[in-house]
Design a binder for this molecule. Structure first.
Ligand code: NAD
Ligand code: DAU
Length: 337
């Protein structure tokens, strides 16, 4: 099988490529990535010379390059996106251009080239926010209610993907997944930001009261869910993917990381809240379990410790990432202090 992976140099995309080459060595992967600030080919160093792998630097908004690159492809796995909520609040236009227009360009090309499956990677953020009091979870039937420019742009892309299935018969599947963590995650996201700040002797910025809840999933579990959707998922269907049994708030996550690193709570700094901050995410993944026999295999506490160890062992990787353009963004978001 020939797979066309967009955004394969980013966090989840690169973990997916490493996972796929290990588990499906007979397949060929084309990694199509623009290499924005979030794309890093270092993540794929171990497989860059593999005969199962080709890299194309390209922009999903560019129809000509996308069409040429898609020739002979069986399956598209579409990760490429602007992915950080805080950046979407600062500069929403790029989110609409990449996440909505870019997805539409890809869908057109996939239709024209007759690909067998277009799998779209989406997020639980399209469903909006749950309250702390309520015990319900997001399901595939939950109405869309995106509340940040990022979430709205992902919702737009999901609608387009379904519209291409209904209108043109393009074979599609979608996964709406919760917050991932693990190796190669860009340190603007909460868990790697907390770890790398502490490793640099800096405090961890916690938004608002810190009682916001995310449904954390180790990235390899997400990759395995996508694999099962590609093998057994039904065209036109959506599958929710999530990780936690119970709620864990941001403050508890930071305290766990402080414990792992032997630091105390004086390293927590409460900062101004994110505008429109979603209070709670929780995903009901029973359809994915029942239809695809998937469930998370990585325990949060154990794999959080392993993730901390990974960042301790890969200082060169994140120190390079944290320099330069990222530093300008950091100063704009949190100030120079
Ligand atoms: P990321 O920001 O780490 O990586 C995004 C990748 O897309 C980068 O390699 C970047 O260079 C590439 N890219 C961006 N614009 C592009 C363009 N115009 N053309 C080609 N490539 C482009 O993102 P991530 O955290 O790995 O997320 C991947 C996907 O998974 C996204 O679609 C995101 O919405 C979704 N998702 C993420 C999470 C999470 O917790 N990180 C959870 C659920 C869903
Ligand atoms: O739910 C899936 C989504 O998870 C993905 O679709 C997004 O691509 C991904 O970025 C992530 O979005 P979040 O906004 O939940 O992730 P982030 O890591 O930015 O924040 C996690 C929580 O931590 C959130 O409640 C905000 C809080 N936070 C974040 C940062 C960066 C802080 O308290 N301080 C911070 O400095």
């Amino acid at each position: 099988m020939k797979l066309f992976v967009t955004g394969g140099a980013g966090f989840i995309g690169s973990n997916f490529i490493l996972y796929w080459i290990k588990n499906h060595p007979e397949d060929h992967i084309i990694n199509f990535d623009k290499l924005t600030y979030a794309g890093n080919l270092e993540n794929l160093k171990d497989i860059e010379d593999s005969s199962s792998y080709t890299f194309i630097r390209g922009d999903i908004r560019d129809p000509k390059t996308v069409e040429q690159s898609l020739k002979g492809v069986d399956t598209v796995v579409h990760f490429a996106a602007e992915s950080h909520v805080d950046r979407s609040i600062m500069e929403p236009a790029a989110f609409v251009e990449t996440n909505v227009s870019g997805t539409q360009v890809l869908l057109d090309a996939a239709l024209k080239e007759g690909v067998g499956r277009f799998h779209h990677i989406s997020t639980d953020e399209v469903f909006g926010s749950l309250t702390l009091e309520d015990t319900s979870k997001f399901t595939e039937m939950t109405a869309y209610n995106p509340r940040s420019p990022y979430a709205a742009s992902k919702a737009g892309s999901d609608h387009l993907v379904r519209a291409y299935y209904t209108t043109y018969g393009l074979p599609i599947t979608i996964t709406n997944c919760s917050n991932n963590f693990g190796p190669y995650q860009f340190p603007e996201k909460f868990i790697p930001l907390a770890i790398t700040n502490l490793l640099e002797g800096k405090k961890v910025p916690v938004y608002g009261d810190g009682l916001y809840v995310r449904d954390w999933l180790y990235v390899e579990d997400h990759c395995r869910a996508i694999d099962l959707v590609l093998q057994k998922g039904k065209s036109g269907e959506t599958y929710c993917v999530g990780g936690m049994g119970g709620d864990v708030n941001n403050l508890s996550v930071v305290k766990k990381i402080l414990d792992i690193l032997g630091e105390d709570e004086s390293m927590i700094e409460f900062v101004k809240d994110r505008p429109g901050h979603d209070r709670r995410y929780a995903v009901d993944w029973s359809k994915t379990r029942e239809e695809l026999d998937w469930e998370p295999e990585h325990d949060f506490d154990e794999w959080l410790s392993k993730t901390v160890a990974w960042y301790q062992d890969h200082k060169d990787w994140w120190k390079d990432v944290k320099s330069g353009a990222y530093q300008d963004y950091y100063n704009k978001q949190y100030g120079n202090g």
